[in-house]
Design a protein. Structure first.
Length: 146
């Protein structure tokens, strides 16, 4: 059983609002994906990675879109809950990385999610996007946890 993370600025915090819930009074599941996406960006921010606009100027990177996601839901969250999202990089690949999220309410894990994201740059002529090599400066922020 996982141990709750220590209180840290690295945790992304969510206060569940009434509008986050479905008619049954529990969090509507797509909100967990929205929060994991925000936690992913937060992971970079607390480690000093600039905004994606600045990252584009520095490395040509416009963001890290998701190409695969796996999620397990263990317990429901409801209006008024205070959640903490623990995020880590499990694996760095050439142009992508695997990020893991655990969503906690106190000592309870509610959700575990794994995302594969790619570092993306604008496509030829500014049309679409294409995968690019993860900048060494970013890769050095955290060794993979596996």
């Amino acid at each position: 059983m996982p141990t709750p993370p220590a209180d840290s600025e690295a945790l992304y915090r969510v206060a569940v609002e009434f509008g986050d819930c479905d008619p049954a009074g529990i969090v509507y599941f797509p909100n967990f994906y929205r929060w994991m996406d925000a936690a992913s960006r937060h992971w970079f921010v607390v480690r000093g990675v600039p905004s994606w606009r600045e990252a584009e100027a520095r490395w040509g990177v416009v963001g890290t879109p998701i190409v695969d996601v796996q999620t397990k839901f263990f317990k429901a969250a409801v209006y008024g809950d205070k959640l903490a999202i623990e995020t880590e990089v499990a694996e760095w690949r050439t142009k992508s990385f695997v990020q893991r999220h655990r969503i906690w309410r106190g000592a309870d894990v509610l959700v575990e999610g794994t995302e594969v994201r790619v570092f993306a740059a604008r496509g030829a002529g500014g049309v679409g996007i294409r995968g690019v090599i993860v900048p060494d400066e970013v890769r050095a922020l955290q060794p993979a946890s596996d």
